[in-house]
Design a protein around this ligand. Structure first.
Ligand code: ADP
Ligand code: ASP
Ligand code: MG
Length: 422
């Protein structure tokens, strides 16, 4: 008997029929003798629907005045799905109880719409488990010190599940989703993508941070910090498949390097369409420029990703960086108002139609020439690279959005990711 956490994503919870299926699957695990905690997402489309209603009433104001209410609103999606799942579990003949984040409590900071979990009380949940109940806990949400409801950022139910698993010292956290594991790249973009049986924690962290939405990055961080065994698997297999088989299916995030991993130079390709590029042109090339530009952006709480500064010509240079597309308009306005006049730059231009494509692999540490192969493959496809950023186990390029799928597919093939590993 073990304590197991299951997480079910929005598509897996997408209709009463699917919720019934989830309940049957959880019941199978409970009847096999496990103590079960289940963390569901809102039914698919629900979070978007709710946030869309808010947008109709008030397009996001620059000062973020209504973020608290957005969390109050969006958190209801998970409250509804959790209650429905508990009802479905009871209909299966199990004792089940559902809790909202504030009831458990899942305590977070007060950064509405992107709050971080600070601690989780496990007393109440343990008492229920010891009494033989299945416990359903809302994903995506928590409560801050002042008792306000917070949410953890899009895709945050993954993080709820792993954090709850860590707090309860669960045997494993199983993340059930609409694909049967972590693939070499998003299988919706590259049909020849292959499922990875295991992926190292470091690679998963990079893939998640570079845009692979299969796991929210903070869930991977939690798994690493607390060494939570984490598996991604399908909720679309028949609910009654053999439990031993199911327990070994999907992709396991591993914390130790095994021999297999050493072999793949590139393990996966991630992409991100959520960024936009801003260039400050004709900046006088003198000390303090980067600080002057990026300091103003940081003060406005806007995160910056890839940065490049060109060689200067006649004492002037161009400075470019990327931000999240949602922050693009705000960043440009800010630079025009505050930075352009004081800096004496010539102009500010931007491009929202860009994407970032990245190759990831711990094998890159020990192999040279991986990045240059990436650049060659892209040049052979006639794709212009606008920006480059590298770290030990990844290389990212910013390119025109319209070439994203072509780039992903060409790189996938060039790095033999469609070929079974030995
Ligand atoms: P859930 O609602 O279950 O949390 P998400 O939509 O958040 O599901 O994440 C699953 C999706 O992630 C898949 O449907 C797939 O399109 C996408 N995805 C992106 N990159 C990958 C990858 N490398 N492997 C598997 N899925 C990926
Ligand atoms: N429902 C939330 C979202 O759509 C959280 C999640 O699904 O993980 O982002
Ligand atoms: Mg998700």
């Amino acid at each position: 008997m073990a304590l197991i956490v299951h997480k079910y994503g929005g598509t897996s919870m997408g209709s009463t029929e699917r919720i019934r299926n989830v309940a049957k699957r959880v019941a199978k695990w409970a009847r096999a003798g496990h103590q079960m905690v289940v963390v569901p997402s809102a039914m698919s489309g629900e979070t978007n629907r709710l946030l869309g209603l808010a947008k109709e009433l008030a397009p996001a104001s620059p000062d973020g005045g209504h973020y608290r209410e957005l969390d109050m609103l969006a958190a209801t999606g998970e409250q509804a799905s959790s209650a429905l799942l508990a009802i479905a579990l009871q209909a299966e003949g199990l004792e089940a109880v559902s809790y909202a984040g504030w009831q458990v409590q899942v305590k977070t900071d007060s950064a509405y719409t992107k709050a971080r979990i600070e601690s989780i009380d496990d007393e109440r949940v343990r008492a229920d488990l010891d009494a033989g109940r299945v416990v359903v806990i809302t994903g995506f949400q928590g409560v801050d010190e002042g008792g306000n409801i917070t949410t953890l950022g899009r895709g945050g139910s993954d993080t709820s599940a792993v954090a709850i698993a860590a707090a309860l010292k669960a045997h494993e956290c199983l993340t059930f989703t609409d694909v049967d594991g972590v693939y070499t790249t998003d299988p919706r973009v590259e049909p020849d993508a292959r499922r990875l049986k295991t992926v190292s924690f470091e690679e998963m962290l990079e893939m998640a941070s570079l845009g692979s939405k299969v796991l929210q990055i903070r869930s991977v961080e939690f798994a690493g910090k607390y060494k939570v065994p984490l598996r991604v698997l399908s909720s679309f297999t028949p609910w009654d498949i053999d439990i031993e088989e199911e327990a070994k299916s999907g992709t396991l995030i591993t914390f130790e390097e095994d021999e297999n991993m050493e072999k793949a130079v590139v393990s996966g390709i991630a992409f991100n369409r959520d960024e936009a590029k801003i260039s400050v042109l004709g900046v006088p090339d003198k000390p303090g420029i980067a600080y002057h530009i990026l300091g103003a952006v940081a003060d406005a709480n806007i995160e910056v990703d890839v940065i490049i500064q060109n060689l200067s010509k006649d004492g002037r240079t161009d400075f470019s960086f990327t931000v999240h597309r949602n922050d693009y308009a705000r960043a440009v306005d800010l630079l025009k108002d505050k930075v352009l006049p004081t800096l004496g730059a010539a102009d500010i231009v931007g491009d929202t139609k860009i994407c970032k494509v990245s190759i990831v692999g711990i094998g890159m540490r020990s192999h040279v020439g991986v990045a240059s192969k990436m650049f060659r493959v892209l040049s052979e496809e006639g794709i212009n690279i606008q920006m480059i950023s590298t770290s030990e186990i990844k290389t990212s390029v910013v390119i025109d959005e319209k070439y994203m799928e072509l780039a992903v597919r060409a790189l996938h093939k060039a790095f033999d990711l469609d070929q079974p590993t030995a």
